[in-house]
Design a protein around this ligand. Structure first.
Ligand SMILES: Nc1ncnc2c1ncn2[C@@H]1O[C@H](COP(=O)(O)OP(=O)(O)OP(=O)(O)O)[C@@H](O)[C@H]1O
Length: 237
């Protein structure tokens, strides 16, 4: 274990083409359970997740993990909103992250078959990934991220455009990963999903952390008028 938490953002800012996308953000996450990042479109959820994972560049400020940053990033995985699949079978997609780390073919494929079963794709091992449905692709992306046993998994809108059943399957996989000790930081538009999964909520507005709270506290008694309005489904800008 790398003991990467707590992670502290201090004056963290992402600027592109003269615009501030995120920040300045001052925030400490202690890694207790699942952190759900919510906020209107364009509020900076994806950018914040990418900054934490080192997939987007900080313009100013710092992000300090409890361990070496490189080590922290290596013990993490990221499931992007539109996962990129190899034009190969489900089994080969799952084995790929292990193969590039040098795991022998037989062992990598045995684990791939095991993970296919865990994410509900056991019957589709030989199907080319590009022809999978949206829900199946998302399960494959999750299996491919979890197969390397990350200590922290980032998920950007893991259930965008999925139906209820696929969403339930994905949430079950995430709940199991959490029970196995994987920390989760995810963004979602779905307040039902946020309520089901969150231990901590980070509410972003216009690139800034507007409210951060224990999930029960946030959903029962949000502090700010904007959070109340957002939870009611009103338009918040
Ligand atoms: N590389 C970039 N260059 C310029 N602007 C960017 C870049 N990446 C993101 N943005 C802008 O930064 C803002 C925040 O984007 P981000 O994707 O982080 O928000 P979000 O909360 O995840 O949005 P959504 O809910 O719509 O996915 C948006 O206005 C977006 O257009």
């Amino acid at each position: 274990m790398t003991q990467m938490f707590p992670v502290t953002l201090s004056g963290a800012t992402a600027r592109r083409q003269g615009q501030t996308l995120v920040g300045p953000v001052d925030l400490t996450l202690d890694g207790g359970g699942t952190c759900v990042v919510i906020g209107p479109n364009g509020s900076g959820k994806t950018t914040l997740l990418r900054l934490l994972h080192g997939a987007a560049r900080l313009s100013t400020g710092r992000i300090d993990w409890a361990c070496d940053t490189e080590l922290a990033h290596r013990a993490q995985a990221f499931v992007f909103q539109s996962p990129v699949m190899l034009r190969r079978t489900v089994e080969e997609n799952l084995a790929y992250p292990l193969r590039i780390k040098g795991e022998p073919k037989k062992a990598a494929h045995a684990k791939a078959r095991d993970w296919a079963a865990r994410v509900g794709l056991a019957g589709l091992l030989n199907r080319p990934a590009p022809v999978l449905s949206g829900g199946e692709q998302q399960k494959l992306a999750l299996g491919r991220a979890l197969i390397s046993s990350p200590e922290l998994l980032f998920l950007d809108e893991p259930c965008a455009a999925l139906d209820g059943r696929s969403m339930r399957d994905i949430e079950t996989i995430l709940t199991e990963a959490k029970a196995q000790g994987t920390k989760l930081i995810l963004s979602t538009h779905d307040m039902g999903q946020a309520r089901r999964l969150a231990d901590t909520v980070v509410f972003l507005l216009r690139g800034k952390v507007h409210e951060v709270a224990d999930a029960k506290q946030f959903f029962d008694e949000p502090e700010t008028a904007q959070a109340k309005a957002f939870l009611k489904g009103d338009i918040v800008e």
